[in-house]
Write a protein that binds this ligand. Structure first.
Ligand SMILES: Nc1ncnc2c1ncn2[C@@H]1O[C@H](COP(=O)(O)OP(=O)(O)OP(=O)(O)O)[C@@H](O)[C@H]1O
Ligand SMILES: [Mg+2]
Length: 542
C-alpha cells in the first residue's frame, strides 16, 4: 500500500499513553530525505502509523535527542537518533485509508511502524471534513497547511452551517480572512451575503452599498421602545411612565389619521379609549411608530391630573420633573448626525431607508453582497450598537418568517465586539438587552440565516452565542482570557494546537470546528479584493 510504502518509512512507536504516541526515529538523515529538504523532522509534520488492522494520522508535537545517542552535536547535518511525541488525530481502517473515523477511539501498538504522510493524503482527509457525501458538498480552496504544501479545500457547509467566528488580535488577518470567505461563498454558491462593515474597509468588494448616516438611514419608526429608552434614558419612574404615555397618545393620533399632539387637559377619556381598544395591538407593538417631532409638546400634554373618566388641570410639578428628558429629546432630534441616521425630520429624497435596501436586496437577485457601512455612525447615545442591533432584529424577524429558508443568507459582522455584549442597562428602568445577534445565533440556523462574526475579543462574544458557534478560525491570539474562551468553546480541539496561537504569522490561522475531526493550521490565500483600512502614519520631523 502506497501510504505505508518503505520509501516513506521513518521509525517505530515506542510509547503509548492517552495524550500522545512516543516515536523512535533511528536516523534523522532518513527523515530529511523523506521530507525532500535539509531541515530534518519538524514539529507540526504529519505522520501515519500502521498498526494491525488500523491506521492513524498523527502530528509531531515534540522531538528530542534520543538518550544514549551521541550527545555532542557537531552540526545540524549530523545523523541523530531522535525521540518524538505525536498527537493522534484520526483513525482509519487499513483497508480504506481515505475514510477516517470521526473520533480517535483506538491506539496504535508499541512497535507499530511510522511513515511520513504526503501532502496528497492530507488533502484527501481535509476534503472529507464536513462532507455530507451528497452532491451538495461545496468546497473552497482557502489556503495551504502551514506545515507543508497541502492545499486545503474546506467544506463551506461545514464552515458556516453552525455559524462561524473569526477571532484574533489586531493585525492577525481577520478582515482579510473574512474577505476570502465572502469571495469563496459568492463564487462557489448561489447564496448571498449581508455584511456589517463597521469601518468601511470593505469598499473594494463588489456589492450593493448603503452608508448609514450618509446615503442611508434607519427609520426611527422601526426602533423598539427599549431602543428609544436607551437613546433617551428616561430617569426614574415619573419620566418613564410619562414617556410611555406620550408614545401611546401619539400612536393614537396616527391611528386616528390626525397630526399634532393629543390634547389631554380637561378632556374625557371616551375618544381615547375607543381608539385604544380598537388598535391595542398596534399601540402596544413595542415599536416607535409615531411622529417623534411632537414628542416634546406631547410630554407637556401628559403632565396633567388624572381621573378615572378623564384628565384635569396641568400638573406643573410633574412637568418640572421632565426637564432633563425633554432636553435629551430636543438634543437628539435636532442633532444633525442623529437626524441623518434615524430620519427624525423629513428625509431627503436621495436617501434610502436601510430597511428598503434589505427588502430590495432580498427581492431582486442582482447583487450577491449587501454591504451596510456603519463607518459614519456615531458611538454617542450608543447609536452604533442600537442601529446594528435594530437591523439585526429586523433580519431576525425576517428569518423567523422563513424568508431565508429557501436560500440561506450569510450575515457577516466584522468588528463584532463593537456591537455585541453591550450592557446598556440602567437599574432605574427595566431594560431589554441588545440581544438580536444572540437570538440570531440561537434560533436562526434552522431558518437559514448563518452568522459569521469577526472580533478581536472573543471574550466579548456572549456565552450563549459562543456555545452556538460551530467553527472557529483563530488568528494570532495572545490574551490569556481570549485563549481560554477558545479553549473552552472548542473542547474537541487538539489542545496542543492552541499553543501555536501566540506565534502565528499574518494570515495564518487555526481552523477548529465540530465538523473538523482535527484542527487545521492554515496560511490563508490572499483575497482578490483585500479590505483597505488606512491607519494614519506618524510623519518624521524634517
Ligand atoms: N492571508 C494573508 N496573506 C498575506 N497577508 C495577510 C493575510 N492576511 C492578512 N495579511 C496582512 O495582515 C494585515 C492585517 O490584516 P487584517 O486587516 O485582516 O487584520 P485584522 O485582524 O482584521 O486587524 P484589525 O483587528 O485591526 O481589524 C494586512 O494588511 C495584510 O498585510
Ligand atoms: Mg479587521
Amino acid at each position: 500500500m502506497e501510504l505505508f510504502s518503505e520509501e516513506n518509512f521513518l521509525g517505530y512507536v515506542h510509547e503509548i499513553n492517552p495524550q500522545y504516541a512516543g516515536i523512535y526515529f533511528p536516523s534523522s538523515k532518513l527523515i530529511s530525505k523523506k521530507r525532500g529538504d535539509k531541515n530534518g523532522v519538524n514539529v507540526g509534520d504529519f505522520i501515519v502509523i500502521e498498526s494491525k488492522e488500523r491506521g492513524f494520522l498523527a502530528r509531531l508535537i515534540e522531538t528530542n535527542l534520543c538518550d544514549g545517542s551521541n550527545k555532542t552535536i557537531k552540526s545540524e547535518h549530523d545523523d541523530l537518533q531522535l525521540l518524538g511525541k505525536a498527537e493522534l488525530l484520526l483513525v482509519f481502517d487499513i483497508t480504506d485509508p481515505d475514510k477516517a473515523h470521526k473520533t480517535v477511539f483506538a491506539y496504535p501498538a508499541v512497535g507499530a511502524k511510522v511513515y511520513f504522510c504526503r501532502d496528497e493524503q492530507i488533502e484527501k482527509y481535509i476534503k472529507k471534513f464536513g462532507a455530507k457525501d451528497k452532491e451538495g458538498d461545496i468546497y473552497a480552496s482557502l489556503g495551504k497547511l502551514v506545515s507543508g504544501n497541502a492545499v486545503c479545500n474546506v467544506s463551506l457547509n461545514a464552515l458556516f452551517q453552525r455559524h462561524c467566528a473569526v477571532v484574533g488580535t489586531t493585525g492577525g488577518g481577520k478582515s482579510w480572512t473574512v474577505s476570502k470567505l465572502m469571495e469563496s461563498v459568492i463564487s462557489k454558491t448561489k447564496n448571498r451575503i449581508i455584511l456589517f462593515d463597521a469601518t468601511g474597509e470593505y469598499g473594494a468588494i463588489k456589492s450593493t452599498t448603503v452608508v448609514l448616516g450618509e446615503d442611508s438611514y434607519f427609520p426611527y419608526q422601526k426602533l423598539s421602545i427599549s431602543d428609544l429608552f436607551i437613546l433617551l434614558r428616561p430617569g426614574g419612574e415619573s419620566q418613564k411612565s410619562v414617556l410611555l404615555e406620550a408614545v401611546r397618545s401619539l400612536k393614537i393620533m396616527r391611528l386616528s389619521g390626525k397630526t399634532g399632539t393629543f390634547k389631554k387637559a380637561y378632556q374625557q377619556r371616551k375618544e381615547y379609549n375607543a381608539v385604544y381598544e380598537e388598535h391595542v395591538t398596534e399601540i402596544e407593538d413595542n415599536t416607535c411608530n409615531f411622529d417623534v417631532n411632537y414628542l416634546v409638546p406631547q410630554i407637556k400634554e401628559e403632565c396633567v391630573s388624572y381621573f378615572p373618566e378623564g384628565w384635569g388641570a396641568a400638573d406643573t410639578k410633574l412637568y418640572d420633573k421632565q426637564a432633563s428628558l425633554v432636553n435629551r429629546i430636543v438634543n437628539l432630534i435636532n442633532t444633525d448626525v442623529f437626524n441623518k441616521l434615524f430620519g427624525f425630520k423629513t428625509t431627503a429624497q436621495n436617501r434610502v431607508s436601510v430597511i428598503d435596501a434589505i427588502e430590495n436586496f432580498t427581492a431582486d437577485n442582482v447583487e450577491k453582497i449587501l454591504r451596510i457601512s456603519l463607518e459614519n455612525v456615531s458611538s454617542l447615545f450608543c447609536a452604533k450598537e442600537i442601529t446594528a442591533n435594530a437591523i439585526g432584529s429586523y433580519l431576525l424577524n425576517k428569518a423567523r418568517n422563513k424568508c431565508f429558508k429557501g436560500s440561506p443568507v450569510l450575515l457577516v459582522v466584522d468588528e463584532a465586539h463593537q456591537f455585541m455584549n453591550k450592557n446598556v442597562t440602567d437599574e432605574r428602568f427595566e431594560n431589554q438587552p441588545l440581544d438580536a445577534f444572540d437570538l440570531i445565533a440561537k434560533e436562526c440556523r434552522k431558518y437559514g440565516l448563518f452568522l459569521c462574526l469577526a472580533t478581536q475579543m472573543p471574550r466579548d462574544i456572549p456565552e450563549g452565542t459562543l456555545s452556538q458557534i460551530g467553527s472557529f478560525i483563530v488568528h494570532r491570539l495572545i490574551n490569556e482570557r481570549d485563549k481560554k474562551v477558545i479553549e473552552n468553546a472548542a473542547s474537541s480541539a487538539g489542545k496542543n494546537m492552541l499553543s501555536f496561537l501566540p506565534a502565528l504569522g499574518e494570515g495564518e490561522a487555526l481552523f477548529i470546528g465540530v465538523d473538523f475531526p482535527m484542527p487545521l493550521l492554515l496560511k490563508l490565500d490572499k483575497p482578490d479584493n483585500p479590505p483597505v483600512y488606512n491607519t494614519p502614519l506618524l510623519s518624521a520631523n524634517k
